[in-house]
Ligand binder design. Structure first.
Ligand SMILES: [Zn+2]
Length: 593
């Protein structure tokens, strides 16, 4: 891989600088207690604003949780936040003034963990077999047949179908489509039916296209092949995403990065995201970054195939090119899967899953994709490069592997940036793991969580893990009380597109509603805390809380205008809140029709 430039020049700010900025933010807010609202720096006060948004209820999410009326914007940044009259003094002859008509405004949402390329690809070019739109295996097979027929897919071309993870729990038949059924639905095309992101069923044409032979259990990029008692492949593959040739065409990729992704996320109030990107599509994003000013701020982390073995020791080639504006594009992390996901019965646990499914290996404890020593190596690569190592850990045994790997990095003294664990405590969290995470927080540990999954996976968790383990998951109150600042992410891969709506996650966190009724109500958080989970805490988990995540002077003017006041609305109605306008760098980039 060619080196573009020294990585150090493009790194996110180091911890010291970050802490300094954080302190400055607190000082500037404290100085404003009498007038939050006065401009702290006199240098900018002579210049008039480009835009003033006034007459709103502005939930700033600053350290004092201040509520303001108006915001002045200049050069894409917030010039002042305060009362209408404070901010009006910044109006000049060319200032555009926008009346918010009493509407509620919150900071632009920050998606701490998501997969935009895959999402754009699925929206654009995968057969939709997602429950509940597709309620059964029978319907899924019909969708596949129709797709091939209607699009006249040429013989031999790959077809991809997507079902929700845990489709085996959701479909009426309580199982996945089989290889034989996929052979009938797609006799002339290799097809992969994705059961979420960690498991796929493929047909016979795909098995030969992938070069899978009798007795073979591993694919070249780390995916696992399930065999029947005779040693023949059953069609089930786990964590084989990088073995299946699903990379889209160049023109498609360009369209995703210049159009589909930003439109899709802006529509839901997102102004920044952590784009977990396959290395294969990174060059396209790097090329786009040289010439396109987007309407979403891309924080890029590059994921490697399953066991991390393909992550190079030197990751400097992943940096964004020098022509790219780091305000919009920045390479910030590398990501690896330690295990699968508990909903697909592949999260790596200390004790076996309960019940049994045809896709389970004997005594199924899930799949350990990346071992302790491989995880340690991975963490060290990120640490040395000064980018965040991000380890996907779903099951309790995987969580300890992630903690151990990051602990090694801390002890080595080579950590230069934040460190992250993905999905931490979403499925399970033992008291010792809460304590370890709390201890490691001061060494830069951030955790990303997916609150929206409460509405989809609690029932499956009870079925897969039983009550004692299930009831250690989604403990947001406990996490916040421990000072953990859980950073919410949609983790959208295209499978659960509705999860792009942050209000579903806010609703679930506040009401504790789930797909299995009210779940652990004492773990409820306040509406303000739920907003922090989607704004300042994910900003912090990207190392960007000095510029995004709250509406404060000097930060980028990224804001969302809402249909309701989220602080006073009946919590049951939180999931109905609409995004009316999304503002990025002071400009309206999305407006509801
Ligand atoms: Zn993910």
């Amino acid at each position: 891989m060619k080196k573009e430039k020294a990585l150090s020049a493009l790194l996110p700010k180091g911890i010291t600088r970050r802490d300094f900025m954080k302190t400055m933010a607190v000082i500037s807010a404290a100085a404003g207690t009498t007038g939050l609202l006065q401009s702290c720096g006199s240098s900018s006060s002579s210049a008039s604003a480009d835009v003033i948004y006034r007459n709103g209820k502005i939930i700033t999410i600053d350290p004092l949780e201040s509520i303001a009326q108006a915001v002045a914007v200049k050069d894409g940044r917030i010039l002042r936040v305060g009362t209408n009259s404070d901010v009006n003094t910044l109006a000049g002859p060319s200032t555009k003034v926008i009346d918010l008509q009493g509407k509620t405004v919150v900071p632009g949402f920050v998606d701490a963990h998501t997969h935009p390329m895959e999402t754009a690809m699925m929206i654009d070019s995968w057969v939709d077999c997602r429950y509940p739109g597709t309620p059964s295996v029978v319907q899924a097979l019909k969708n596949i047949q129709l797709w091939i027929k209607n699009r006249a897919v040429p013989k031999g071309e790959w077809v991809f179908a997507v079902g929700v993870s845990a489709s085996q729990n959701k479909y009426i038949e309580k199982r996945l489509p089989t290889k034989a059924e996929l052979d009938t639905a797609a006799p002339d095309n290799p097809i992969a039916f994705a059961n979420g992101a960690h498991m796929a069923v493929v047909n016979s044409v795909a098995i030969s296209a992938l070069g899978i032979t009798r007795g073979m259990t591993k694919l070249p990029h780390g995916g696992a092949v399930q065999l029947d008692e005779n040693g023949d492949p059953t069609g089930v593959l786990t964590d084989a995403m990088s073995d299946i040739p699903s990379t889209p065409k160049l023109a498609d990729l360009q369209r995703y990065y210049t159009k589909i992704i930003q439109e899709t996320w802006n529509q839901h109030g997102f102004t920044s995201l952590m784009a977990i990107t396959p290395s294969a599509s990174l060059p396209v994003l790097q090329a786009v970054s040289k010439r396109v000013k987007p309407t979403i701020r891309y924080n890029v982390s590059v994921w490697t195939s399953s066991n991390g073995a393909e992550m190079p020791e030197d990751v400097s080639a992943f940096a964004m090119p020098k022509e790219a504006d780091p305000q919009w594009y920045e390479f910030v992390g590398i990501k690896v899967w330690v295990d699968g996901e508990n909903d697909a019965r592949t999260g790596w646990m200390y004790e076996p899953y309960i019940g049994s499914f045809p896709t389970d290996p004997p005594g199924n404890r899930g799949s350990l994709v990346t071992t302790q020593s491989e995880s340690n190596r991975f963490a060290m690569i990120g640490g040395r490069a000064g980018v965040m190592p991000m380890l996907h850990v779903a099951g309790d045994a995987a969580m300890d592997i992630g903690l151990n790997a990051l602990d090694e990095l801390i002890k080595s003294g080579q950590r230069k940036n934040l460190i992250r664990l993905e999905h931490y405590g979403v499925f399970q969290m033992m008291p010792s793991q809460l304590q370890r995470a709390k201890d490691m927080k001061r060494h830069g540990l951030c955790i990303s969580v997916q609150p929206t999954w409460m509405l989809e996976l609690v029932k499956a968790n009870y079925e897969n893990m039983g009550a004692p383990r299930t009831e250690t998951g989604f403990l947001f109150r406990t996490m916040i009380d421990a000072g953990l600042e859980p950073a919410a992410g949609t983790d959208v891969t295209g499978v659960y597109l509705e999860n792009l709506n942050p209000f579903l996650g806010i609703y679930a966190s506040v009401t504790r509603d789930s797909d299995n009724g009210v779940f652990l109500p004492k773990e409820a958080v306040t509406a303000t805390e739920a907003l922090k989970m989607w704004t300042i805490w994910p900003a912090r988990s990207l190392g960007k809380d000095s510029v995004i995540g709250s509406i404060e002077q000097g930060k980028y003017a990224d804001m969302v205008v809402l249909s309701e006041d989220v602080l006073t609305i009946d919590p049951k109605k939180l999931k109905e809140v609409q995004v009316l306008k999304t503002i990025v760098g002071g400009n309206v980039v999305y407006e509801a029709k």
